[in-house]
Ligand binder design. Sequence first.
Ligand SMILES: Cc1cc2nc3c(=O)[nH]c(=O)nc-3n(C[C@H](O)[C@H](O)[C@H](O)COP(=O)(O)O)c2cc1C
Length: 202
Amino acid sequence: MKFFILSGSPRAEAQTLKVAQYVQSVLTREHPGAEVDLCSLSGNPLPLWDEATGGAPDALWDPISAELKATDALVVVTPEWGGMATPGVKNFLLNCTADEIGHKPGLIVTVSASRGGSYPVAELRMSGTKNNRLAWIPEHVIIHHVEQNLNAPDDAADLGKEDQSQRKRLRYALRLLEEYGKALKQVRASGVVDHQTFRSGM
Ligand SMILES: Cc1cc2nc3c(=O)[nH]c(=O)nc-3n(C[C@H](O)[C@H](O)[C@H](O)COP(=O)(O)O)c2cc1C
């Protein structure tokens, strides 16, 4: 199964990237046959959507588009910034088409330095998928106190309670995501999906 992970922080030393890399390592080590692409928005590589170009320039978007088309499931990791998902994540979702990610399962993972992280879950569940038809799965994961967690190896003797429970949650959500990945393949192959007649979602 192919997975695509988006790391949604524009910061160079982002904790979000640390979380995304942890997700990548779990998928690679514990999901037999998994192939994982990780796309990082560190440094804001994609310009904001622009009418003149109709989205990110081809030279930047084409390699991402190829990975998205090939993937079976997505993990979108975003920090909570000002009670929001980052502009980069929303811009990324605006660039994505239904051809690339329509009717594929997506897992939301949010990141907070404290006890935040709920707002971007709510925001992403409400917006960003109307036209590209990404299907968020019901389970999501919030990484609280990110600077203190997901640093040590899994078998470290002194993992805190929160660290341990977050690792378990993440693994559970990723196992579920894989099953949704298998199930939604059937939906895409059913012949029912019709984005010619119904180009935009309501
Ligand atoms: C501009 C900015 C706004 C932030 N707003 C919030 C917030 O609303 N809620 C929250 O829990 N943390 C907030 N944080 C802290 C982040 O949770 C923290 O930086 C964390 O490490 C995730 O971001 P990173 O991946 O960029 O490191 C904010 C950080 C920045 C830089």
